[in-house]
Design a protein around this ligand. Structure first.
Ligand SMILES: [Zn+2]
Length: 80
């Protein structure tokens, strides 16, 4: 009985599409109310979401920084 309800509970929650870890997001939660849901990909657990999200921001900031430098015509030896 106990085991059954545990299995039910597990099946009612989304798994992270990246690492497969069970998230605390219920499958019946509307997408717009979910945290860590990526359109086209699926549900991510907070850890993976943070990793991807911040990686994305870092890449964008680096790209912008690089573009600004080249716009100004500044060439620094240590900038790739
Ligand atoms: Zn994950």
């Amino acid at each position: 009985m106990n085991l059954d309800s545990q299995v039910d509970k597990t099946q009612n929650f989304e798994n992270c599409v990246l690492c497969g870890k069970l998230t605390n997001v219920r499958k019946d939660t509307p997408i717009e109310k979910r945290l860590g849901y990526v359109e086209g990909a699926g549900q991510l657990d907070p850890e993976c979401y943070r990793k991807i999200y911040f990686k994305d921001i870092q890449i964008r900031e680096q790209t912008i920084a690089r573009r600004e430098l080249s716009d100004l015509g500044i060439i620094l030896g240590y900038v790739n």
